[in-house]
Design a binder for this molecule. Structure first.
Ligand SMILES: [Zn+2]
Length: 268
């Protein structure tokens, strides 16, 4: 941790809640005391190999509540599987302090509802994997725990997915698939021209028809390269005209951590 970050930590002892986004590459830590504040961004590889770094940091903060948003399948606070974060087991060493574990897309969905003001939100995260979260009447909807796993719905074909399944949406559109197929990241024009984007739009449209949300929010690294209208046009062609949700791209790399902090503060 940098010296500057340590100083910041000393000033942040007032934190009422802490949200931690454990992403594939970076782990973002955000506090919430009525306002959000960035505490630190660490390397996830470092956090997983040396969890004591995080434990020390949280000890200094003495937060009331900690919530993790992690790219994993989480049921009742327990990580079942993390296809894009294979070393997740090591994080269990963090159990030295009290925390709650949630799916990262669920945290994003809650934050999206908070900043857009909509009570019924379907949120999609486009990063290494594809996740989604659902907010109904202002509350996070988790079903039996795994609700919203749109990245692993069957979208066609028989290509193998990182989860072990075949033909899942992520085999058409995801950060890992794009890297495998093109050997680089795509820019906006390339994303819009890529047939995988159309498959993504079709699957999101199916979810919209089931949920009829007021707002469909997109987050994550890949979403930040696109605009609201790109999704409105791409998805709109698969929707019945009566479905007219607001499409919003939230270009905030700390959105998951903020949602986690908010959920921790509200004990939800
Ligand atoms: Zn899958």
């Amino acid at each position: 941790m940098e010296r500057e970050e340590m100083d910041e930590v000393d000033e942040m002892n007032e934190a009422k809640s802490i949200g931690i986004d454990v992403g594939g590459t970076f782990t973002d830590i955000v506090g919430f005391n009525g306002d959000f504040f960035h505490i630190a961004t660490l390397s996830t590889a470092e956090v997983i190999s040396k969890p004591e770094i995080l434990v020390d940091l949280l000890d200094k903060l003495q937060p009331y509540r900690v919530t993790f948003g992690i790219a994993a399948w989480v049921r009742r606070g327990k990580i079942l599987r993390a296809p894009n974060l294979p070393d997740f087991q090591k994080l269990e060493e963090l159990a030295k302090f009290e925390y709650r574990m949630l799916n990262d897309a669920n945290c994003f969905a809650f934050y999206a509802a908070h900043i857009t003001g909509f009570h019924n939100v379907f949120a999609v995260t486009l990063g290494t994997g594809v996740g989604s979260g659902i907010v109904i009447n202002g509350e996070l909807y988790e079903g039996h725990g795994l609700a919203g796993e749109i990245g692993h719905v069957y979208a066609g074909g028989s290509e193998k997915c990182v989860c072990g399944g075949v033909g899942h949406l992520e085999t058409f559109f995801s950060g890992w698939k794009i890297k495998e197929k093109f050997g680089k990241e795509l820019d906006r024009a390339e994303l819009l021209g890529y047939e995988g984007f159309d498959v993504l739009c079709r699957e999101v449209a199916s979810a919209i028809m089931i949920l009829d949300p007021e707002c469909v929010a997109f987050g994550g690294r890949i979403s930040s390269l696109l605009e609201d209208g790109d999704f409105r046009i791409g998805i709109g062609k698969y929707l019945m005209p009566e479905f007219e949700p607001e499409f919003v791209v939230i270009k905030d790399p700390l959105a998951v951590a903020k949602g986690a902090a908010l959920l921790a503060a509200l004990r939800r």
